[in-house]
Design a protein around this ligand. Sequence first.
Ligand code: ADP
Length: 669
Amino acid sequence: MDAVTTNAEEITHLIANTKLPYELFDNLPVAIYTCDKDGYITSFNNAAVKLWGRTPETNKELWCGSWKIFKPNGQPLPLDTCPMARTLKEGIAIEGEEIIIQRPDGALINVLPYPIPIFDANGTITGAVNTLIDITEQRNSERKQAMLASIITTSEDAIISKTLDGIVTSWNYGAEQLFGYTESEAIGRSITMLIPQDRLMEETEILSKIRKGEKVEHYKTLRMTKNGVEIPVSLAISPMVDTKGNIIGASKIARNVSKQQLAEQTLQQYAENLEILNTVGKVISEKLDVQEILQNVTDATTMLSGAAFGAFFYNKLDEEGESYMLYTLSGAPREAFEKFGMPRNTDVFAHTFNGLGIVRVDDITKDPRYGHNHPHYGMPKGHLPVVSYLAVPVVSKSGAVIGGLFLGHPEPGRFTKEHEILISGVTSQASVALDNAKLYEEIQVLNSKKDEFIGLASHELKTPMTSLNGYLQIIDRSLPADDKNKLFIQKALSQINKLSGLISDLLDVSKIEAGKLPFTYAAFNLPQLIEEVVDLMQYSTKSHRIIICSDISDLLVNADRQRLEQVIINLISNAIKYSPQADHVNISVSRQNDKAVVAVQDFGIGIKKEQHDRIFSRFYRVDDVASHISGLGIGLYISNEIITRHQGKFSVDSETGKGSTFKFEIPLE
Ligand code: ADP
């Protein structure tokens, strides 16, 4: 029996057998009341009022008052079996049988009652005195303790306590599970048994923090199990204090974070893969060169799958329509493949080249499809050591198999379902890119055929045109000055001139495309050239005045005179052509640092900003405004090429409805 109950008994006996002074009784720290033989309360002290939560009326209320009474397990306790009822009935003292009473405010109080009967001189029972010891707090803290103990026992985390010297003092089930030591094996041993050799310093640091009363939280580190396996853990360590507040040790919670780490790594891997997929997708969709696409895809998929080597075989048709195989490699030099030739139609490869689906095998050398074909019956000697094998057919939109991607690793079981999904994601992007590249190649072929035709046609047209020009000039000269047909011959000659201008422009275009536009450089005076061109053009232009707005007369450039003339003529004729409502065109030449700058300004229809770059492309014409004005859309293309070849550049400043200024600059001599 504990100290409290012993005191209670003594006090009860005192009250029962002696007459206590009223004040002392009233102010005793334990609840005491008396009742007569019928159970009516005759007296009680302040502590009883506090415990009951109300003041009963003496001689009117029974000892059981209006309280509900329960057994310690919470079940209702019949009143006649209550300790006090039994004392009154049987005349016996009862010691500390715990009951729970419910106060009027609903609060439950755990009580140890000590009812003692009171007898008169004849030994007849006259009543009883009862001492009630309130043990609610004690019970609550016991409950809390039990709950904590159960949490600690059932926790999946390892919960350990240790002294300030690092000696284990408690070890829960979670710790047993995590570290493999039983409670009895662990208690009394140093916590350093869990710390890998190269991390022993951590314990010194942790303990020094604990001694200072500091906590250590979310400390990610490695700890060692009984079997010597290192596991990643997250530690939370707090100082433990005694009732006086002295630090006496540390409590430590260790959580196994392997799963979390694995999940984080997987997530990170996914994020990285997604990024690679995105980048690969972007890179290959921008490429139009088959070899480059294949290389990018091979590199990316080899990396994504963790393959040791990867190869992409691609069926391509040459100009004669013959099929041949292009291939790219990653992780292995070309020599590693060259001596074996292209993959043959063996059972292993056929599946892929026939587009029958993905083949993923943990060990290809054990696959039933492997090793049946003459002459090698498996991999040729000296072949890369492929064990893990992943092959994905690459199928175009039309359903035709255009190639296969093959990944290998010298160890078995290296490729997973995830790799399969990832790689087939890349190959489907690749097949779109390869389709596009094929289309582009076809367009390129058609384009060069078109260029070839333009070159040939304009060349063929030039000869009859020159003869026609010659004959017309002979007729012109042979006619007397007043002949009325002379005017028609002049008109025909001017049309022939226009036509041969167009033909030579077309010829220039095909020469530019073939990279064969010839240039002859010589030093000459640019302002003088401009004057000559303006004079010549003004002669045949009635609608506009061509005004030279600069007074510079000497500016030497080293350039192809004829080609620059061609550019200036083109700019002035455009300025006239595209300003039908205006009456003049300005041209200026100036020097800016070591450059000569020529600007041609008109006050015509102008060009929208978004068209500024496009008008320099081949055959490009601004359709909405310029459609009624004749032209082929090649003048600026040729001019731009000429200026670029002179290490110069073009610029346009234009506003629709107000006019345009075309400028070019070329280096001075
Ligand atoms: P073309 O004049 O034969 O069509 P160019 O290559 O010389 O070919 O010019 C390309 C296009 O640029 C023209 O079709 C026209 O739409 C536009 N352009 C060129 N010069 C001017 C200008 N001075 N003002 C307005 N538009 C112009």
